[in-house]
Design a protein around this ligand. Structure first.
Ligand SMILES: [Zn+2]
Length: 182
């Protein structure tokens, strides 16, 4: 699949879309900060370079643009690229459609790999979608994020059950303490 735009034109188009997507991240950060949560940004040592890293909660938050990450777009297990359809918040351009579908599919696959690595290392992954941050939804979305943070924190700090140590239990003492019968 060849791109009809020159690399320079493509770069320009993509960077324009990308820079628009920085705003949702900011909304999430601001909400968390206002509510007393502290975090680190774009930590390179954490797989997938999450937008927000909260070590205390062992949680990585990804704020995903609906277009780039194909929100509600089913791409896995579908034989033909042409059978992949738009969703309410991810409208794939008709022009050069295969290029975009491929791009979104690869992004989704990379996302899943990153989430899996984090999960395997005991991290909670929270994905916040751009469309969940519109003014009428942001509060509800962020309250759900807060709940997930706190529930995971609780689970991490749950006291571990102490294993019963059989070796220290004086099972035979009672009998042995009796004086010999003869
Ligand atoms: Zn969306």
């Amino acid at each position: 699949m060849t791109d009809r735009l020159t690399p320079a034109q493509r770069h320009k188009v993509m960077s324009r879309i990308r820079s628009r997507n920085t705003k949702p991240e900011k909304l999430v950060r601001q909400w968390l900060w206002r509510h007393g949560y502290r975090y680190r940004l774009n930590v390179k040592s954490v797989p997938g370079k999450p937008d927000i890293v909260m070590r205390r909660y062992r949680t990585a938050i990804f704020v995903n643009g609906c277009f780039w990450h194909g929100h509600h777009v089913e791409t896995q297990g579908i034989a033909s690229l042409h059978a992949i359809s738009n969703s309410s918040c991810c409208k794939i351009p008709q022009t050069n459609r295969d290029f975009w579908v491929n791009k979104i599919k690869r992004n989704q696959e990379r996302d899943q790999r990153n989430y899996q690595v984090l999960h395997d290392n005991g991290w909670q992954v929270i994905v916040v979608w751009e469309c969940q941050l519109v003014p009428k939804m942001i509060e509800q979305t962020m309250l759900r994020v807060e709940l997930m943070l706190n529930e995971y924190f609780l689970a991490l700090h749950q006291p571990k059950p102490v294993p019963y140590d059989f070796q220290n239990v004086p099972v035979s003492m009672a009998a042995e303490e009796f004086p010999p019968l003869i």
